[in-house]
Design a protein around this ligand. Structure first.
Ligand code: FES
Length: 126
């Protein structure tokens, strides 16, 4: 099963436009996460970045089980062992590198990746 195509935020109401700077890589430690909430009137879009050593992955903050945000505290997405992304609602575990759910009520489904790119040390909306 292939992961879904990254979500292009240009098509998402309330999300920042392509080219928007999200953060600098130096703000994230080797296993740190950072969440973002964007609001535009009544529109709201939530996403997060997960640093994984030298890489940074971006996902919509919405669990494929019942579409709730995953973090148990704002910006805390990894499980206790810091090996998988963890949904705090019903315990689903996802691979960091592709968002595939390996355990839990949405096993076999994927998180929605978000199109971001790295420009030097900056993470920007793709
Ligand atoms: S909402 Fe994530 S496991 Fe239920």
């Amino acid at each position: 099963m292939k992961p879904p195509k990254p979500l292009n935020l240009d098509d998402v109401p309330g999300a920042p436009p392509p080219g928007s700077v999200l953060c600098d890589v130096s703000e994230l430690g080797p296993r740190d996460s950072k969440s973002f909430v964007f609001k535009d009137g009544n529109l709201r879009f939530e996403m997060f970045l997960q640093r994984w050593d030298d890489e940074v992955f971006a996902y919509k903050n919405s669990c494929p089980h019942v579409r709730l945000p995953l973090d148990y505290r704002p910006g805390k997405f990894l499980d206790y062992d810091k090996k998988h992304i963890h949904c705090a609602n019903h315990g689903a575990l996802f691979r960091v590198e592709d968002g595939y759910c390996i355990k839990g009520p949405c096993k076999g489904k994927f998180l929605t990746p978000v199109d971001v790119i790295r420009r030097g040390d900056e993470i920007i909306v793709g």
